[in-house]
Write a protein that binds this ligand. Sequence first.
Ligand code: 5GP
Ligand code: ZN
Length: 112
Amino acid sequence: MTDCLFCKMVDGVIPADIVYEDESLLAFRDIHPQAPLHVLIIPKRHIATLNALDDAVLGGKLLQTAAKIAAEQGYADSGYRTVINCNEDGGQTVHHIHLHLLAGRAMHWPPG
Ligand code: 5GP
Ligand code: ZN
């Protein structure tokens, strides 16, 4: 997807502050962090929304990678939040599926 912001980050066309990368995933810091740690974890392959997720292993890897990064950054015990926004009511603004990892402050519930 040539017009996709996150595909451009995967391709290195747009710079990203990368915290983790493997053959199928990229994780980088959010440009407008909503917590002391705010990382976006994405599949390298373009998948627009959670509705289009067709790979259960990949979905599991997104979650496991969030837990791994949280642990590496020292937030496993204090806790953290993971979020996937889907489409308009979910608040999704970038249509390349991404898992938000937020940590370093107490989160509110219900989310806004
Ligand atoms: P969404 O609202 O789609 O769930 O989340 C999109 C996220 O992408 C937002 O938290 C936003 O701050 C982040 N974002 C948008 N543009 C950029 C960018 O150019 N670089 C980075 N690192 N994050 C971005
Ligand atoms: Zn994309």
